[in-house]
Design a binder for this molecule. Sequence first.
Ligand code: GRF
Length: 204
Amino acid sequence: MTKNIAVLVSGRGSNLQSIINSIESGYIKSSKISVVISDVEDAYALQRARDHGILDIFIDPLSYTTKQEYERDILTVLKDNSVDLVLLAGYMRLIGKELIAAYSNRIINIHPALLPSFKGLGAQQQAFEYGVKVSGCTVHFVDEGIDTGPIILQRCVPVLDTDTARDLAARILEEEHKIFPEAVKLFVEGKLKVEGRIVVHTLH
Ligand code: GRF
């Protein structure tokens, strides 16, 4: 059975692109991106979706009085499109209780640092300024905290003496584009089992 994926975005959408490419190339099988939802009207990610014939929807958070109402509309779109898995690919908002409950262990986020270090915004800059010698990226299930959910995959990159924060961010992004599709592949193949905080990778 084909898994329907929704991708939530706010910006340029390079991680969305890596998922699109991985599905189109057959690396991720039996899956379809059913909808891309953005909270930013002119997010380039929406254009990427259109370029690949994927339904793209802008939902304006500012037109709602509460986050709950905003997310109820997101949930309606997810249900209408029979979405099985939600990916946060540069989506710059915290997910609320109801949405998490509706998609428990079915929302996955990519974060540009080795969690639990450097949570929240500007993670690459935070790591750079702290002076770490390695950083990287993390793909994890989303819970109610900020970047606190069970970790699916992580990848390290070195921080070089000659790096600027931008160099580091670029090196991390390259790895993001590999481990996000890898994690999605594992998920759609039913190879991820969440046991408390621990994500076990099963063989089949
Ligand atoms: C990525 O660095 C991702 O890890 C973070 O936001 C950035 C989004 O970039 N959550 P893009 O929109 O996927 O290009």
